[in-house]
Ligand binder design. Structure first.
Ligand SMILES: Cc1cc2nc3c(=O)[nH]c(=O)nc-3n(C[C@H](O)[C@H](O)[C@H](O)COP(=O)(O)OP(=O)(O)OC[C@H]3O[C@@H](n4cnc5c(N)ncnc54)[C@H](O)[C@@H]3O)c2cc1C
Length: 388
């Protein structure tokens, strides 16, 4: 039997579900299907790196099962199913021998963790970019005393804070002298590193992990510039890459992400992209705030009111509650300018603003200065999209 939906969404992450919720706010009639590789449970992914601090188990983090989401938002959710092909010309795809047709297709395929080139993962070497990964981490933590985090970016820093706070012995290998390199000025990156060291972090620099081996139930790690060492667990946190393989397979235009216009439309008719996989206005923004903006606009466009996606300045909160940080990131490689420290009377806070000539492009607030967030947000231009 053939099936037909007004909208098929591939992926049940925050991109897929926030879009389905936004469409429902616009229309009770649209027939919506979500097809997902996972069991389709809905959860706020950002909670994963701060769950121990908030004493949340995976069950407590989950917002709803797939069937609860299906009932609440009147969705058909097809779980444990990977979409491997789509006929964009005929607007159909095939699942288990069944043809499913659509009027509009949305790619919400998300991202996957970066891998160290040439490194063969072993037991005890993991990365966390989903609830399934997190459950594996929690499972392994019960036999873990000391662990190594590879990478000092957002996710590495948040997990270091969470695990140190929970009493684990944590080492971190960083390719850069400060934490959060490229996201915050060196003064704040240095303070963040020092705060974690103050919590017990064993921080060291190394140009790159070369290999990992199983070593009597532990993981032996070979570094480039120091002696090998063994850990109970190694958590790789070296960034993410958009999932674009399916998009490439079905002929959509891709660069870093799936290329989409200001409405979220891809290069094939009636195909849209949202979330970590999407590249809109040339930007692949892998945060929740852009997903919310995308979901609202794409939902309106899909229900008949063509609406461009608006990108205001969207702050990112680094979830290190004992040393709070809030920033509006700047893509330093693409924006000309420099960080300028700002006067702040309280020594436990830091404010730095990134100016391109006299135009504010981003800012970073640390410690007590995070309460200045709204003031600095109000100084940002109304849109982060350059007009060129
Ligand atoms: C530990 C951690 C902490 C974070 N903290 C923050 C934070 O504090 N603030 C913030 O703004 N952002 C944060 N982020 C980022 C944020 O969580 C992501 O930007 C967001 O969750 C991405 O959602 P998504 O739906 O685009 O992608 P994903 O969550 O990757 O979902 C993609 C879905 O698509 C499915 N899929 C992929 N391909 C197929 C296919 N071919 N067929 C069927 N299904 C498919 C996958 O199985 C998955 O269900 C964090 C991320 C992590 C990992």
């Amino acid at each position: 039997m053939n099936k037909h939906f007004d909208i098929i969404i591939i992926g049940s992450g925050m991109g897929g579900y926030l879009l389905a919720q936004s469409i429902r706010q616009q229309s009770a009639q649209k027939r919506i299907a979500i097809i997902t590789k996972t069991d389709g449970r809905f959860y706020p992914k950002p909670m994963l790196s701060t769950a121990l601090y908030h004493q949340k188990t995976p069950e407590m983090i989950m917002t709803a099962t797939a069937s609860e989401m299906a009932a609440k938002y009147d969705l058909e959710i097809i779980t444990h199913t990977e979409v491997k092909a789509v006929d964009c010309a005929q607007k159909k795809l095939e699942i288990d021998g069944q043809i499913i047709r659509y009027d509009a297709l949305v790619m919400a395929t998300g991202s996957h963790a970066n891998e160290i080139p040439g490194l063969r993962p072993v037991n005890g070497y993991i990365s966390v970019n989903s609830m399934e990964d997190y459950e594996q981490l929690i499972d392994q933590l019960s036999q873990t005393k000391n662990l190594l985090i590879i990478g000092s970016g957002l996710v590495g820093v948040e997990f270091a804070h969470d695990l140190l706070h929970a009493g684990y012995k944590v080492s971190m290998v960083s390719q850069t002298p400060q934490a959060l390199w490229g996201l915050v000025p060196s003064e704040i990156g240095g303070r963040c590193r020092d705060h974690l060291v103050g919590m017990g972090l064993d921080w060291f620099e190394d140009p790159g992990v070369k290999a990992v081996h199983e070593d009597h139930q532990r993981v032996a790690v070979s570094f480039s510039s120091r002696a090998a060492a063994s850990y109970d667990l190694v958590l790789s946190a070296i960034g993410i890459k958009p999932n674009i393989a399916l998009a490439q397979e079905i002929g959509l235009s891709t660069q870093r992400g799936i290329v989409a216009d200001q409405y979220g439309r891809c290069s094939s008719k009636d195909v849209f992209a949202i979330g970590d996989c999407a590249q809109i206005y040339g930007l692949n923004l892998t945060y929740v705030a852009p997903i919310k903006q995308q979901a609202q606009a794409i939902a309106k466009t899909l229900t008949g009111e063509q609406t461009p996606i608006h990108y205001p300045a969207m702050p990112v909160v680094v979830k290190t509650p004992t040393y709070p940080l809030t920033l509006v990131p700047v893509r330093e490689a693409e924006v000309i300018g420099n960080w300028q420290p700002q006067a702040y009377p309280d020594k436990t806070g830091i404010i730095s603003a990134f100016y391109d000539k006299d135009q504010l492009k981003g800012f970073a607030l640390a410690g007590t200065a995070t309460k200045e967030r709204n003031h600095w947000l109000s100084k940002m231009p109304p849109s982060i999209v350059s007009k060129s």
